[in-house]
Design a protein around this ligand. Structure first.
Ligand code: NAP
Length: 284
């Protein structure tokens, strides 16, 4: 029940109508009897919205497209990971001091680890060079892979990620997303991660990587969760590869944010069920 003591959390972005974070977090608050409530705000003016966060004493929240970088100027402090990525997806308001974090890449890597995928010593191919790619590449780099290859439609956009990854002492290359490069680079990659929206509803017949480049000695993760099984994952499964959808990343980034706001560990399975239920509603 919402009371006069209820602490408010929110997602700030535009659009936010597709977000399942409210359902995911509110289900966990309810099950744990925590007096928190999570709502979504479609924001046109970020400066005003962040003033509102302070003025209303909102406890914290998530930040999504297009504000993950621009929101940083309204933080009093950002942790090392979000500063390195230049993107914040989670913030907490501690008595008026706003602190930013980024849990996206951590959530993705936790998902890989939960699925038993070993990163250390592996060659990792990451398709795409936007926000999701950046956050995942950073965290993967800290896990000592043999090499990271970033393949992007616009090759030069992959270059800053390559440079950042190399600072971790990991060999990295930034390449154009071409058939020739996919053929060469995927043949000895142990992990492939799609971070582009290619294959997402309503373009579910598309794939960023042709079936011919997939093989059974790789784990394939798609950050897309709508549909749950993208064409890429379906074809990876047919080849005998481990196929991992984007729900794990979605839930795990939420679990980490929940811990930042409440200091408590939520039931990840319950959050996943709430997310899946909400996704099913959104897909209708
Ligand atoms: P973004 O910053 O806009 O980056 C999109 C990337 O995809 C860019 O590298 C872009 O290439 C590439 N791309 C877009 N359309 C393409 C096409 N038709 N062919 C080839 N490449 C294409 O987006 P983002 O924030 O990284 O998000 C990307 C995806 O991740 C979205 O589907 C989002 O829903 C998903 N996501 C999932 C989670 C989760 O929790 N599972 C979390 C965050 C994001 P160019 O550089 O050439 O434009």
């Amino acid at each position: 029940m919402i009371t006069s003591r209820t602490k408010l959390l929110c997602i700030i972005g535009n659009p936010v109508g597709h977000s399942v974070s409210p359902q995911m977090h509110n289900a966990a608050f309810k099950s744990m009897g925590l007096d928190f409530s999570y709502v979504s705000f479609s924001v046109n003016n970020l400066a005003d919205a962040m003033k509102g966060v302070r003025a209303l004493g909102i406890r914290g929240g998530n930040v999504t497209i297009p504000y993950k970088t621009s929101v940083m100027q309204y933080m009093d402090e950002c942790d090392g990971l979000s500063t390195g990525m230049n993107a914040v997806n989670t913030f907490v308001n501690d008595k008026g001091a706003l602190k930013g974090f980024n849990t996206d890449g951590l959530g993705a890597v936790k998902t890989l680890e939960d699925e038993g995928v070993r990163i250390k010593g592996e060659k990792v191919a990451i398709v795409g060079a936007g926000g999701a790619s950046k956050s995942i590449s950073y965290v993967i780099a800290g896990k000592k892979p043999r090499e990271i290859v970033i393949l992007n439609r616009t090759q030069e956009k992959a270059e800053p990620i390559r440079k950042a990854v190399e600072k971790f002492g990991v060999k990295a290359r930034a390449l154009e997303l071409s058939r020739k490069n996919l053929k060469t680079e995927l043949s000895d990659s142990g992990i492939l991660i799609n971070t582009t929206p290619v294959g997402m509803h309503p373009g579910a017949n598309e794939t960023p990587v042709g079936e011919e480049f997939l093989h059974k000695n790789m784990a394939v993760m798609d950050v897309i969760f709508n549909p749950l099984e993208t064409r890429l994952l379906r074809e990876a499964g047919k080849k005998g590869a481990v196929a991992i959808n984007g729900v794990g990343m979605l839930v795990n980034q939420g679990v980490l944010a929940f811990e930042i706001w409440t200091g408590k560990k939520p039931d990840a399975e319950l959050m996943k069920e709430a997310a899946m239920e909400s996704l099913a509603i959104h897909e209708k």
